[in-house]
Design a protein around this ligand. Sequence first.
Ligand SMILES: NC(=O)c1ccc[n+]([C@@H]2O[C@H](COP(=O)([O-])OP(=O)(O)OC[C@H]3O[C@@H](n4cnc5c(N)ncnc54)[C@H](O)[C@@H]3O)[C@@H](O)[C@H]2O)c1
Length: 268
Amino acid sequence: MTDKRVMLVTGAASGIGQATAETLARAGDEVVVADRNAEGAEAVAAGIRAAGGVAHARAFQAGEDASVHALVDGVEEEIGPIWGLVHAAGLLQNAMTSQVMDMDEHDEIWRVNYRGTYVITKAVGARMIPRQTGAMVTIGSINSFAALPLPSYCVGKAAVKSLTELLACEYGVHKIRVNGVAPTYTITPAIQARIDSGHRDPEAIRASGALPILVYPQNIADGIEFLLSDKAAAITGVMLPIDAGLIASAIYKQYVAPVQGFGQIGNG
Ligand SMILES: NC(=O)c1ccc[n+]([C@@H]2O[C@H](COP(=O)([O-])OP(=O)(O)OC[C@H]3O[C@@H](n4cnc5c(N)ncnc54)[C@H](O)[C@@H]3O)[C@@H](O)[C@H]2O)c1
C-alpha cells in the first residue's frame, strides 16, 4: 500500500477510460485499471508501470452485481481504500429507430451503461461514506442533454445524468462529490478506425461544435482529472460537457432568419 490516492477506473483497457487511467497515474495517483477485457487491462497497467506509475489490472463485468462487488471488495482489501471512481466502462450503439431496436440489445446496453453506473457507484459509495471523503465521475454524453437516434444508449445517458445529480445530493453530506462528463464524438481508436475505413466523416464531426476541432480521449481525461482534483472542491452534481461547444451551438446553428449585420446564418 502507498500513500497515493487509489483511483478505480473502469473501461480502462481502451479509449476514454485508458486515457483517464494514464492521466491520473501521471498526476501521481495509484490506479486500478478495470475492464471486462483482462488482457487489455493488463497491457494498459503494464504501460503505466513502465512509465513510472503505479497501476493494477482487474477484470470485471459492469452491471453484474457479484462481479462489481468482488472488484470493489478486492481493491479495498488488496490495494487500499478507493478515493476516486471513474466509471468509463460502457457500450456504444449504432444509429436506429426505436421501432427496429432489438430488445435484447436494448437491455444489454441499459444493463451496462445505466445499471452498471448505479451498481458500482452504490458499491463504492458504501465504502466511501464511513470515510467521509472521495469523489466519483460518471460518463454521460452529449445525449445526456438531448436525444440522438440511439434508443437505449441516449435514454441511459440521460438517466446517468439524473443519477449523478441524485448521488451528489445524497453523498454531499458525507463530503463525497459526484460529477459526470458529457463527451461529444470522441476520437477513440474505434472511432478512428471507422474514419480510416470511410464510415465516419471527420469533417462532419469537426463541424458539429462551436470550436472546429476534433475531441480526443485526452481532452475527456483532462476534464475528469480536474473534477477529481481539489480545484473542483466546490463542484458537485455537474454533468460537464466536453463537447467543443456542440450543445451550446446546436440551436444557434439552426437559426434561419436573417440577422442585421450577419446576413443569413448558414447561407453567408
Ligand atoms: N467515444 C465517444 O465518442 C463517446 C462519446 C460520449 C460518451 N462516450 C462514453 O465514454 C465511455 C467510454 O467509451 P469509449 O468511447 O472510450 O469506448 P471504448 O470501447 O474505447 O472503451 C470502453 C471500454 O469499456 C469496456 N467494457 C464494455 N463493456 C463492459 C462491461 N460490461 N464490463 C466491463 N468493461 C466493459 C470495454 O472492454 C472497453 O475497454 C462510454 O460510457 C461511452 O458511452 C463515448
